[in-house]
Structure formats: structure tokens, C-alpha cells
Design a protein around this ligand. Structure first.
Ligand code: S5P
Length: 489
């Protein structure tokens, strides 16, 4: 951009920036620890009515001249919020704002204001450096179903931000770039040629990248948006911030071509170990009710753990912890079973509230190879688990994701694909049992209800010796094929 072509108001604004110390020269240490010979902070400009009005008029003019479709305007917090408000007041355009909440805020809606999915939004920002803040806003807007393709900024620091944003489908239009602003300031005798070339040299030597955390958030959004349907186990193993145990499980399912967990509801250690030996190669998880084992001892656990390592499956103790946190902590770590010392996975009900998770927390001792599933719904007839349970399971899964890896459920609880959904009550013959168990087929569980892993008990363990191998393979094959053909009817 040549400084001779600059709109007189813009020229005046750049001079004002220097006058009000929105542009400063010297030696500044940036947030990143890098020394910079130039400092830009637009606040002293947007805190004053005259430059704010002039700046917002110019920015809106740019939106119009670039022919950018816009139902709404969104300022990047915080400095650009006043610019966006000023545009909206002057030009009668509606505004939305993005909250700047910390990460713990979970999935709560980050966009404030009236909008509908599909509305076009133009982003307004004061300065673009790497583009990270703009991308953060783009992620929030796109997550809410809004369409955003353009951003208007006052000054481009020319440190690669505009280029960076192209990768994300965003065209950034600046009123002025920093080198042209420096020309103006030189012409206005506010800096000399020597200072200017030193700054330009520094700018050229310091291109910026988008912050890694934001890139990861973007990847996650892409993976979720790529299809409204479920991603493959492989893709899910690569989602950022997936629990290490879930990552291992997703990978294991791909490797073993199995999404089968067998419920081994047998009462002697010999029967369990014999069965584990037989089913080991075909399963990814073996589920126990350790309190029904009549001859329990830790030698049994050692042998089972060795089989789990040999055949690569996880051990899931279906203890359904449900008491007050204090008791649950003891049930998990103490007693004859000392469950926390060997179970890769346990589960919990939230009937008594999230205290149960606090109670369990101590037993996980930051061991990233162990995790907990929340019971969100049950397979049995006339059970009392109404819709409050999946809602609460969803809510607390977000807060305890350091060890909550997913759900025991009859249909999906969370759209967050990092969580595993496991469905029990699966049988090829769906007639149920006399004690209220209700069954669905592996296809129904996986294709219709969205299960990632099916839990099969008597469907397999009840097969006669003669039919056992065939039955095991049939369940493995039907469940995995249902996953592979999930998107067909
Ligand atoms: O809702 C549920 C939750 C669980 S964990 N319904 C269930 O049946 N289960 C468990 O899954 C149950 O405790 C048993 O171990 C297994 C189902 O066994 P099956 O023989 O009826 O397949």
C-alpha cells in the first residue's frame, strides 16, 4: 500500500495513534518474552469518542467496499468490542459478542446475542499479529453454526497473520499495514528513516504462528464438523485431549477388529480364567463382577492381568459405585478386592451426586491408564433412570474428564467424540430374561443407538461348548461390521 493513496482520515488516525501512544517505539518485551522495537495497543484510541467514531466508520466502509455479506458483526474481545459496538450503533447492524471464558467453561455457548445458524458474520479486530485471537473467535462462531469468511482489522502487523488465516478460510482485510503506517509516521516526522528500517527489519525477521492450543481446537472442530456422523475409531484416537486410555482403546479396536466387551458373570476364578483365555483374542474388554467370585484372591487377579497383557484387553470391574464419596473411595481402594490396584476401568452411578467422583479420584492417583464410565441409562425394564441421569452424566463427564472416559448407556449421551459409549443388554436373540433384562441386537446398539463398544454376557457365555467359538466370532463379526457399516441402513 502506498502512503500517498491513504484516506486523509486514516492518515490522521495513524498520527493520533502515535499521539495517544497507541503506537510506541522503543524496546518492549512482549507476552512471548520476545523484545520488540514497536508496541501497538489500540485502547487509547477506542477509549476516545472521536477516533473511535472515525475508525468504526472506516471499518464499515471497508466491509461495504469489499462487498462482504453480513447479517451480524462480532468484535474480538476486548479492544475491538467498542469498535464493533460503534459500527452497530452508527450503521444499525446487529451485533453478537464472543465471551472470553476460560476453558473450564466446557461446552457452554460462547456467543451472546440474537442469531440463527446460517447467519453471516463479519469479524472486527483492532490489530492482527499471528491471527490466533481471530481464529479463536472463528471457532466459537462456527461452532454455533454461524458463517464467517471475512475479518476486518485496523492494522496488520505484517507478521504472517493474514496468511495464517487463509488456511482457515478467512480473508483478512486491513485498513492499513504496519509498514505503510510507519511511512505515514515518517512523513509526519514522528520517526526517522533509521528507526523505521530497524523496525521493518525486525518485523520481517519475526513471522508468527498461530498458538498450538487454538490450532488443536480448530482440528477438533473440523473433525466434528467433517461429518455430523461419528468419526472412525482411528480418527477418534487422534482427537486432541482424548484420554490416554480411550486413545489406547480406540487403537486397540482398530487393531483387533473388535468392539466387543464380554460380561464374564461367572463365580469361580478357574471358570473366569479359562474363559478369558478363550475369548482374549476376540475382545477389547473383559467385564467382571468381582463380588460374585467365590474364591477371590490376588493370585487370580495376577493371572487375569497376565492374560489381559498377553491377549491385549482391558479389565472392567462393573462395581457401579454409588455411595457417598467417602465410602466409595474406600470401596475402590480398600477391602479384600482393592479394585483400584488392578481394574483398568470401573463405573459409577451419579445417584448420590458428583461426590462419588471426588471419592473415586484419589484411587486413580493420576494413573492415565485407568478410567471411569458413568452409568447414564440402564437396559432393564421399568428402571428409574429418567432423562435427568444422562444429562447429569454429561455434565459431570466434562468436569472430571481427567478420569471419566465415557458412559454405560442405551443411547449416546455426549456429542463429544472423545467419550466412549458402551452399551450392555446386547444379544442376538432379543427375548430378554425373566428378571427384567431387555436386549437389543449388536446392529441396533451400534447403528441405531450409537454404541462404540457392545457388552455381551450370556449371549456368549451361555453358548454350549460345541457352539462357543462360532458364537464368539459371530458376535465379534456382527458388532464390528455394524460399526463399519454404521452409515448405511
Ligand atoms: O444397564 C445395564 C448396565 C450393565 S453394566 N445393564 C446390564 O445388563 N449391565 C451389565 O451387563 C450386567 O450387570 C451384566 O453383567 C451385563 C449383561 O449381561 P447379559 O448376560 O444380560 O448380556
Amino acid at each position: 500500500m502506498s502512503s500517498a493513496m491513504i484516506d486523509p482520515t486514516l492518515r490522521q488516525l495513524i498520527a493520533d495513534c502515535h499521539h495517544f501512544e497507541a503506537i510506541k517505539f522503543g524496546d518492549f518485551v512482549l507476552k512471548t518474552g520476545i523484545h520488540s522495537p514497536i508496541y501497538l495497543d489500540i485502547r487509547p484510541m477506542v477509549n476516545r469518542p472521536k477516533p473511535l467514531k472515525q475508525l468504526s466508520e472506516l471499518m464499515y466502509k471497508k466491509i461495504i467496499s469489499m462487498n462482504i455479506t453480513h447479517d451480524l458483526i462480532c468484535g474480538v474481545p476486548y479492544s475491538a468490542l467498542s469498535i464493533a459496538s460503534s459500527i452497530c450503533v452508527q450503521k444499525f447492524v446487529n451485533m453478537i459478542t464472543k465471551r472470553k471464558e476460560n476453558k473450564d467453561y466446557g461446552t457452554k455457548q460462547l456467543i451472546e446475542g440474537q442469531y440463527k445458524p446460517g447467519d453471516h458474520v463479519v469479524i472486527v479486530e483492532d490489530i492482527i499479529s499471528s491471527g490466533s485471537s481471530i481464529l479463536e473467535t472463528v471457532i466459537a462462531l462456527r461452532s454455533a453454526g454461524l458463517v464467517v469468511t471475512d475479518a476486518i482489522v485496523f492494522i496488520d502487523r505484517q507478521q504472517n497473520g493474514v496468511n495464517n488465516m487463509k488456511e482457515y478460510g478467512i480473508d483478512v482485510h486491513s485498513l492499513i499495514d504496519v509498514k505503510t503506517a510507519l511511512d505515514v509516521l515518517e512523513e509526519e516526522k514522528r520517526i526517522n528513516g533509521h528507526q523505521k528500517s530497524g523496525i521493518i527489519e525486525w518485523i520481517d525477521a519475526n513471522p508468527l504462528r498461530i498458538n498450538d492450543d487454538i490450532v488443536n481446537e480448530w482440528k477438533l472442530l473440523c473433525l466434528q464438523n467433517k461429518t455430523s456422523k461419528l468419526l472412525s475409531y482411528e480418527e477418534r484416537s487422534q482427537l486432541p485431549e482424548t484420554h490416554p486410555l480411550s486413545q489406547q482403546l480406540f487403537k486397540l479396536m482398530v487393531r483387533k477388529k473388535s468392539n466387543l466387551c464380554v460380561a464374564v458373570d461367572l463365580t469361580t476364578s478357574k471358570e473366569i480364567l479359562d474363559l478369558a483365555e478363550k475369548i482374549g483374542p476376540s475382545i477389547v474388554m473383559l467385564k467382571l463382577h468381582i463380588d460374585i467370585v467365590e474364591d477371590f484372591d490376588h493370585k487370580f487377579i495376577e493371572e487375569l492381568t497376565a492374560l489381559a497383557a498377553e491377549h491385549e484387553f482391558f479389565i472392567f470391574e462393573d462395581r457401579k459405585f454409588a455411595d457417598i464419596g467417602q465410602t466409595v473411595g474406600l470401596q475402590f481402594t480398600k477391602g479384600v478386592h482393592r479394585i483400584s490396584s488392578w481394574a483398568h476401568i470401573v463405573n459409577a452411578h451419579l445417584v448420590s451426586g458428583p461426590g462419588v467422583l471426588e471419592g473415586l479420584r484419589q484411587g486413580f492417583e493420576k494413573d492415565s491408564n485407568r478410567g471411569c464410565l458413568l452409568v447414564a441409562s440402564m437396559s432393564t425394564k421399568d428402571n428409574l433412570m429418567n432423562s435427568a441421569f444422562p444429562k447429569s452424566a454429561y455434565k459431570w463427564s466434562q468436569k472430571y474428564k481427567d478420569f471419566v472416559i465415557g458412559f454405560i448407556c442405551q443411547s449416546r449421551v455426549s456429542a463429544d467424540q472423545r467419550f466412549i459409549h458402551m452399551t450392555p443388554g446386547v444379544h442376538i436373540d432379543v427375548s430378554g430374561d425373566p428378571l427384567g433384562q431387555q436386549y437389543v441386537t449388536p446392529e441396533e446398539a451400534i447403528k441405531k443407538r450409537g454404541a462404540d463398544v457392545v457388552i455381551v454376557g450370556r449371549g456368549i457365555t451361555g453358548a454350549s461348548d460345541r457352539e462357543f467359538d462360532h458364537t464368539l466370532q459371530l458376535y465379534q463379526k456382527r458388532a464390528f461390521e455394524a460399526y463399519l457399516n454404521r452409515d448405511s441402513d
